[in-house]
Design a protein around this ligand. Structure first.
Ligand code: PEP
Length: 335
């Protein structure tokens, strides 16, 4: 079993990925990027001095990480109530766990301003133009005639530290292909966002024995983009959420054996196809009908680094209980 042990850190310098990307740019693109990076560093320094720097928690620390996917839910009133319920639970939540919450884009600014900083905010998606092959343009598509979309640049501007990409509902209902998810990941990483990438099979795929073909293809599309453009940034800033589609919102949870098998194979795939370091550092969450009652059994698994939670994340007490499964996990794995 491979585990990462480094302590959680705050990202203070441009990552190697930025440096690699810079090398491949034309001089003019580099000038624009240099300017942006200098600005970012200056902004970070200013924010650090004011004690406001967002804690970028996806550092591949092996810390348990729990996310709440609020999906397309919420009115102003219900979101306010959920924020209050979560805030009320802060004293009850263990310190040994990283947490992010994904409200709708509409509710994101409110949640960011009102949710206790114990919780990070996370966008549910971000856009990238599908057909761009020119990396310079790919990275600099700040704005444009793309009605209804939200870009990684906007999330960066709003200081949203996380984005959820490739959720199965986006893949199956909204046409996100493996390739577009890979591009979205690279683009979001380029703009400094930590990324949670969802992978998982349908019931039919599980039953016809193609679970790993499907998942490895989804991972490959991400690895290809990150390797090409964001080399080496994976382990520090990319979390994988294994979410079997047949378990999402169905009340049918994958068995601990099924989860452990998939998670350990994802880790082996990363070791063979990306690097040993990335395999050790990447945190792999399980998602699919996790709730306050079943989370403890799953948390005991050695290769589970946390949960991505849908329905149960809309209840502040239940979500807090799921976050606290982190203690069960550490105890079970002897940390
Ligand atoms: C999800 O939407 O990512 C999810 C896991 O949903 P649920 O927990 O409701 O199954």
């Amino acid at each position: 079993m491979m585990r990462a042990t480094a302590a959680t850190t705050i990202q203070t310098t441009p990552s190697y990925s930025y440096l690699t990307a810079r090398k491949t740019m034309t001089p003019s693109a580099r000038t624009i990027k240099n300017h942006r990076m200098d600005n970012n560093n200056n902004n970070n320094n200013r924010r650090r001095r004011r004690g406001e720097l967002l804690q970028i928690v996806s550092e591949g620390t092996g810390r348990f990480i729990v996310g709440g996917n609020w999906k397309c839910n919420g009115t102003r009133e219900s979101v306010k109530a959920l924020v209050e319920a979560l805030n009320k639970n802060v004293p009850n939540i263990e310190k040994n766990c990283d947490i992010y919450c994904c409200p709708t884009f509409l509710h994101l600014p409110y949640v960011k301003d009102n949710l206790n900083e114990r919780f990070n905010v996370c966008a549910q998606n971000s856009w990238v133009e599908a057909d761009l092959v020119d990396p310079e343009h790919h990275y600099d598509s700040t704005t444009g005639a793309f009605t209804g979309e939200i870009s990684a640049e906007m999330l960066e501007d709003l200081q949203v530290p996380f984005v959820l990409l490739g959720h199965s509902e986006r893949r199956t209902l909204l046409g996100d292909t493996d390739e577009i998810v890979g591009k979205k990941v690279a683009h979001a990483r380029y703009h400094g966002l930590s990324v949670v990438v969802c992978v998982g099979e349908t019931l039919e795929e599980r039953e016809n024995g193609t679970t790993f073909d499907v998942i490895f293809k989804q991972l490959k599309a991400v690895a290809k983009e990150i390797d090409d453009r964001e080399h080496s940034s994976w382990g520090s800033s990319v979390v994988i959420a294994y979410e079997p589609i047949w378990a999402i919102g169905t009340g049918k949870v994958a068995t601990p054996e099924q989860v452990q098998e998939v998670h350990s194979k994802i880790r082996s795939w990363l070791a063979e196809n990306v690097s040993e370091d990335v395999a050790k550092a990447t945190r792999i969450q399980y998602g699919g009908s996790v709730n306050a009652s079943n989370c403890a059994d799953l948390a005991k698994l050695s290769d589970i680094d946390g949960f991505l939670v849908g329905g149960a994340s809309l209840n502040g007490d239940d979500f807090a209980a799921i976050c606290n499964a982190s203690s069960v996990h550490y105890k079970a794995v002897g940390r």
